[in-house]
Design a protein around this ligand. Structure first.
Ligand SMILES: N[C@@H](CCC(=O)N[C@@H](CS)C(=O)NCC(=O)O)C(=O)O
Length: 205
């Protein structure tokens, strides 16, 4: 049985839970982090010495780092479709995981954090504006990368959709200026029809 530790409104926990939902994995989720606390307990740190969520334990195997967890769950429970079989097809979707983490997310989290976690009086709008300019350019690049495809790597949902797609709910619901992104908007509309996305990602922030 899979156990997931982490609060439901953490974007990194959402990647794991969306995967769990798509792959229909029997599981329990235990709230941890944020107002639930518990990340500095010796029991939690024994599983994840970095003191962060998400963490999983699957039949005795403990793992942390959201993208690494999604890859593990994909390889174990989603081989063939969610976790493509050929190295080329796997690399194609894995590129989106790495690009999202390194190209898009640093600006995304700056904008999100300043607008939704920092009080108005403390907010640094110069920081927001410069990060938002780069973030919107990243989304324009994603629009080109998607190139009319149904999902990031073709016709079916794969693990690369998880890290990229998880960000879209917040991106399209923050009060920010966005460029025209017809391909990404159509892709996001299709994600919003998926029950696992509705339950695990479309969560108030
Ligand atoms: N790179 C890590 C980042 C983990 C991380 O920063 N998690 C945040 C939540 S999104 C956390 O543990 N914050 C402390 C808390 O929620 O109390 C991952 O992808 O798992």
């Amino acid at each position: 049985m899979l156990t997931v530790w982490g609060r439901a409104n953490s974007v990194n926990v959402q990647k794991v839970m969306w995967t769990v939902g798509e792959l229909d994995i029997a599981h329990v989720r235990i709230d941890a982090g944020g107002s639930f606390g518990g990340l500095d307990s010796s029991e939690f740190l024994a599983r994840n010495p970095s003191g962060k969520i998400p963490v999983i334990e699957d039949d005795g195997f403990v793992h942390w780092e959201s993208n690494a967890i999604v890859r593990y769950l994909g390889a174990k429970y989603g081989a063939g479709s969610f976790w493509p079989e050929t190295p080329e097809a796997r690399a194609e979707t894995d590129k989106w995981v790495e690009w999202t983490a390194n190209g898009l997310y640093p600006d995304f989290i700056t904008v999100f954090w300043e607008l939704h976690r920092v009080s108005e009086s403390e907010r640094n709008m110069d920081l927001v504006e410069s990060a938002l300019t780069r973030l919107n350019k990243s989304f324009q690049l994603a629009e080109q990368m998607l190139d009319g495809k149904r999902f990031v790597a073709g016709d079916t949902l794969t693990f690369g959709d998880i890290s990229f797609g998880t960000n879209l709910y917040r991106y399209f619901n923050m009060e920010i200026a966005r460029p025209s992104l017809p391909g990404i908007e159509a892709y996001y509309a299709s994600l919003k029809e998926r029950p696992a996305y509705q339950v695990h990602v479309m969560v108030p922030f």
